[in-house]
Design a protein around this ligand. Structure first.
Ligand code: SF4
Ligand code: SF4
Length: 689
């Protein structure tokens, strides 16, 4: 930031003297008194979409479109870009590559418009009360209006303003126009002083500087006077400072040093030192953009030189071809025409008459043979050092020349080549007539080409990396989607199957419960049957007889149950419903059948006993207790006798059986056991009978 001491000195009007510089012949007299004139609308306009050192926007019109004056032809999509607008109403004839406004003569993309002569504006609206807008809004508005630095540098004014918000202590409005021949800014200051003052006030509102200085070289007294009057009328806080004439006072770094004593470093920006600078023509364009709502579609151009028939300052539309200008103003000598776009020090020779003029083209010179001789043969460098003496950037131009010819980029770097402002002072004073600036531009073009190639290579690599990454990402996303679908399908299947499992479980539980109930019921019935089978006579006092009777009754009941179960099992196996696959239903059916069979057996057993009891005369006595006792005793006795008789018979049979009477004790025991079991079965059957 600027110290109080420096600010005080600047405010007091102190001027510093920069190193070097020259005093060339100015050749301004032929146009400095001319009024600004409108030139007839050309019959064709070729509007390059790139008009600054930065990248171009995207074309938003198509062939055949009718466009109105001020209609955007491109839209910006990246920082640093500015749009271009239709300079007049007409039709888009074509979009293609045409000769660019560049010393290389290379082609660049442009929109060709055939004007309809109406010069009809697109509906637009200005903002006279610009203080209602914020600094950022105003800066954006300037960008949208497509204003480039019109002093020649071409840096977008809107971005320059925005980057300086909150950083500016001293604002400099550059009206020096130090290069020979140029008087366009002079004419603007003389004729458009009020509008320039409004433009300065807009910039002041955006940047809010402590001090605003308008710098004008002493060779423009009328312009300085006009500006003073306008500023006084507007009661604006702007100081007009008249500076000594010396080239290149109007270049950014020399002017900042002249007014503030601050030397802006090679890789620094003036914003870093609290200083912001804008050209007079840019300031005028900012006023028209903000207050009138008009984008930058034209500019004042000094048309001068001994070969032009009519010199002057003309308003030329953006995209006007040199040949149209020449047709309008005329040439004295049509042979060996040499046209310079820009000033004689910093401009370049037009590559062709089809070269379009753009926003940064402030001057067109058609010198005669005596004025500015074409660069011819030159001598070798004699190391006289004159070039070094005049270099405002304190460089050693002959060293730069040597490295440039050798294309020694490292050597150029070491000599601070970046600091060369291409002012042309070295060329102007060279003892050997060496076109040093031309050599510097050649190598600059090569460096730029290399950088562009590197950038393009990097972009390609980034694009490839991006595509690879995108392909991988899409692949991963696709895989994830597939997995998600799989998961979803699986979960829905699980969800659907859950109730089935649950239902099945419930069903199985219900069946199990039913089966358990049926079993319990059957057991109750069996027990009941056993009780019924138990002869009441056995409940007598003889415990041995009673135990035997109970055992027999149980055996009988179980035998009956087994027989019934066997029958049921056979039935169930025959029953198609029960032999179905459902094991639960099958088990249930079996249990029910068993229970039913036991019920039947129990009923049958009870009935038989009842009948027997009813037939026995002893039991038919009147005393029920005695009767029951008698029956039970009789039954037990009968069973004992039967059991003994059966066992005896079996024993006899076993003894008669040759197999059982064999010497093998195991076979014998087995045969005996079988015979006994058989006998018991028979006894039981007989008892049942
Ligand atoms: S002025 Fe020309 S001759 Fe002299 S040192 Fe510089 S380049 Fe060489
Ligand atoms: S053109 Fe470059 S090297 Fe030559 S005087 Fe200007 S700044 Fe110095």
């Amino acid at each position: 930031m600027i110290s109080e001491k420096v600010l005080k000195a600047v405010t007091a009007g102190k001027i510093w003297s920069f190193h070097g510089g020259i005093h060339p012949e100015m050749h301004k007299e032929t146009t400095s008194g001319c009024l600004i004139e409108e030139l007839e609308i050309p019959n064709i306009l070729i509007v390059p979409i790139r008009q600054t050192s930065l990248s171009a926007g995207e074309i938003i019109v198509r062939e055949g479109d009718r466009v109105l004056k001020g209609q955007p032809l491109t839209k910006i999509f990246a920082k640093g870009q500015i749009p271009v607008h239709a300079p007049t109403s007409g039709t888009v004839k074509s979009i293609g590559f045409y000769t660019a406004c560049h010393p290389s003569g290379l082609k660049d993309q442009a929109v060709v418009i055939i004007p309809d002569g109406e010069d009809e504006w697109l509906e637009h609206k200005g903002c006279s009360n610009f203080t209602d807008l914020s600094p950022e809004e105003l800066a954006d508005h300037v960008t949208e209006a497509g204003i480039a630095g019109m002093g020649g540098a071409g840096f977008p004014a809107g971005y320059k303003l925005k980057s300086a918000i909150g950083k500016t202590e001293i604002l400099i409005i550059n009206g020096c126009e130090c290069e020979p021949y140029l008087t366009a800014d002079d004419a603007l200051m003389r004729e458009k002083s009020d509008e320039i003052t409004d433009g300065i006030r807009i910039i002041q509102h955006i940047l809010k500087p402590k001090l605003t200085i308008m710098a004008i070289e002493a060779n423009k007294p009328e312009a300085a006077e006009a500006m003073r009057k306008s500023i006084q009328k507007a009661q604006a806080h702007i100081e007009v400072r008249v500076l000594p004439v010396r080239y290149p006072t109007g270049a950014a770094r020399p002017l900042i040093y002249t007014l503030t004593g601050i030397e802006v470093g090679y890789d620094s920006r003036s914003n870093d030192f609290g200083v912001s600078m804008h050209n007079v023509a840019s300031t005028y364009a900012i006023k028209r953009a903000v207050i009138d709502g008009e984008p930058c579609v034209e500019r004042v151009v000094t048309v001068t030189g001994g070969n032009f028939c009519k010199n002057g300052n003309y308003v030329l539309k953006n995209g006007t071809l040199l040949k149209h200008l020449i047709n309008k103003v005329g040439l004295k000598n049509n042979k060996a025409v040499h046209i310079i776009i820009g000033g004689p020090m910093m401009g370049f020779s037009a590559p062709s008459m089809d070269t379009p003029l753009i926003k940064t083209s402030g001057c067109v010179i058609a010198p005669d043979a005596k004025e500015l001789p074409m660069a011819g043969d030159y001598l070798n460098c004699i190391k006289c050092g004159r070039c070094q003496e005049v270099c405002p950037s304190r460089l050693v131009p002959y060293m730069l020349l040597s490295h440039s010819r050798a294309e020694n980029i490292e050597g150029l770097k070491n000599c601070n080549f970046k600091d060369c402002i291409q002012c042309g002072c070295c060329t102007y004073v060279c003892s050997s007539g060496i076109p040093l600036v031309m050599e510097f531009r050649k190598v600059l073009a090569k460096i730029k080409k290399m950088k562009d190639e590197e950038k393009s290579k990097r972009k390609s690599q980034e694009l490839i990396a991006f595509r690879t990454e995108r392909t991988e990402r899409e692949k991963a996303e696709r895989q994830a989607r597939i997995e998600a679908i799989k998961q979803k399908t699986l979960s829905s299947e699980t969800t659907e199957s859950k109730p089935q499992t649950s239902d099945l479980k419930n069903e199985q539980q219900a069946k199990a419960v039913a089966l358990a109930k049926a079993k319990a019921k059957a057991m109750q019935q069996v027990n009941a049957g056993e009780k019924q089978n138990l002869d009441p006579a056995v409940s007598a006092d003889d415990p041995a007889a009673r135990a035997k009777a109970i055992a027999l009754a149980k055996a009988k009941t179980r035998q009956q149950a087994d027989a019934v179960e066997k029958q049921n099992q056979e039935k169930q196996n025959q029953d198609p419903a029960v032999s179905a696959d459902d094991p639960v239903a099958r088990a249930k059916a079996i249990a029910l059948a068993k229970a039913k069979a036991r019920m039947q057996q129990a009923d049958a057993g009870e009935k038989q006993n009842q009948e027997k009891q009813n037939q026995d005369p002893a039991v038919s006595a009147e005393d029920p207790v005695a009767r029951a006792k008698a029956i039970a005793l009789a039954k037990a006795k009968a069973r004992m006798q039967q059991a003994d008789a059966g066992e005896k018979q079996n024993q006899e049979k076993q003894n008669q059986d040759p197999a059982v009477s064999a010497e093998d004790p195991v076979a014998r025991a087995k045969a005996i056991a079988l015979a006994k079991a058989k006998a018991r079965m028979q006894q039981n059957k007989e008892l049942d009978k």
